[in-house]
Design a protein around this ligand. Structure first.
Ligand code: PLP
Length: 385
């Protein structure tokens, strides 16, 4: 399998098999050029650049919001999903009491759980974590999540649309409707959604939604959107207060003195590139590549093949470590796969073992999958590559 011109569109080290687009994305060469041109433009006249910035950012905001079906008047550009989540928690901090709870799942992103842990220590709020089995179908996901809702006590639910470590696709529209019926505000962590799945943020109707454009929508790193429900527009608190504060949302969130926002301005070039390649063609290839890699790797180590969900261009392979291996074995395995085998993947501890996640993309080929399948069994036993 080969996506013609896919590898050449990126600037990877030729020796690397890159099967981890999901973690940091990768910036295509033409988008990086647009970004560099913008950096050059800043220094030709920083004052003129600053004068034009509000209008240009309004255009970018409208384009990115429109792409995911969000209302641009209730959307703000942010650096990443982590910042969006921190902004929501910062806003909620003075509104909660120690008897309250925040609900999430055991698929939530590591840094989100860490932020919740700090929030809990700061406010006294309890974090309740719903266990969702990897193979749970949509009905079971919904039932398990809703069983953990405490009316009047649960002040926020944070649910992934596509989870990070497990790549699981959550039935987010149904979850949003069920939580709305219980009057529980929802933050949708859609970090992986823009570019990977068609989505309609308005139709989901969550109180808060965030998505990264630097993972699957070809934007330079540091480009994400935070969209809030109508009742939050005037209540959202910026993490950093700067000159834009008196103007309110979204400028109060977006503007931070001399912060470099050229990545945001280059994001439309990413959407244009995706459009020119054919989004359906890109997605179909990425999904097929992820499935193929999962199949050859699962065969090589005798593992199951969990199916995270339609249209998701990441797949996971459950792994068993050497007897007595500790949780640290999994990040070490990830590093060894990169350093010794030249294949980059994501590996995390999951239940009693590890979960290896592979990502498909236009630059991935069968050879990358086969290299991983050939080298993984030895490293999994703890042997030298
Ligand atoms: C589900 C999920 N949420 C949040 C994040 C955080 O994204 P960022 O590091 O861009 O803030 C990630 C990153 O992989 C993620 O997968």
């Amino acid at each position: 399998m080969n996506f013609e011109g896919g590898r050449e569109l990126f600037s990877f080290d030729p020796s690397v098999g890159y099967l981890n687009h999901g973690s940091f994305g990768a910036v295509a060469v033409p988008v990086r050029q647009t970004h560099r041109d913008l950096l050059d433009e800043v220094d030709r006249n920083p004052m003129r650049f600053a004068r034009r910035l509000p209008g240009r950012l309004a255009e970018v905001r409208a384009r990115l919001a429109g792409y995911v079906g969000a209302d641009p008047t209730r959307s703000a550009l942010v650096v990443n999903a982590t910042t969006a989540t921190a902004t929501v928690l910062h806003t909620l901090a003075p509104l909660v009491r120690p008897e309250h709870e925040i609900l999430t799942t055991d698929h939530a992103y590591d840094a989100v759980l860490t932020a919740l842990d700090r929030f809990s220590r700061r406010t006294g709020v309890r974090v309740r974590i719903a266990h969702i089995p990897l193979a749970a179908d949509d009905d079971e996901v919904l039932a398990r999540l809703m069983a953990e809702v405490r009316p009047g006590v649960t002040q926020l639910a944070i649910v992934d649309h596509i989870a990070a470590a497990t790549a699981k696709l959550f039935p987010i529209e149904r979850i949003a409707a069920a939580l709305r019926a219980e009057r529980v505000p929802l933050l949708v962590d859609a970090a992986h959604v823009p570019g990977m799945l068609d989505t309609d943020v308005e139709a989901i109707g969550a109180d808060f939604w965030t998505g990264n454009f630097h993972k699957w929508a070809f934007a330079p790193r540091g480009t994400a959107l935070l969209t809030v429900g109508p009742e939050w527009v005037d209540r959202i608190e910026p993490l950093v207060v700067s000159h834009g504060d008196p103007e309110g949302f979204p400028w109060a969130i977006e503007h931070q003195g001399t912060r470099d926002v050229t990545a945001w301005l280059a994001a439309p070039a990413g959407l244009d590139l995706l459009a020119s390649l054919g989004p359906d063609r890109v997605r179909a290839y990425a999904v097929r590549m992820a499935e193929y890699t999962q199949a050859v790797v699962a065969d090589a180590v005798g593992a199951d093949r969990p199916y995270p969900g339609d249209g998701v261009s990441m797949r996971v392979i459950p792994l068993t470590g050497p007897p007595g291996s500790a949780a640290a074995f999994w990040p070490e395995l990830r590093a060894r796969l990169g350093d010794e085998l030249g294949v980059e993947v994501n590996v995390n501890p999951w239940e009693d073992g590890g979960l290896l996640r592979v990502s498909g993309h236009v630059y991935v080929t069968d050879a990358d999958a086969q290299r991983l399948a050939a080298g993984l069994p030895g490293l999994l036993r703890g042997a030298a590559a």
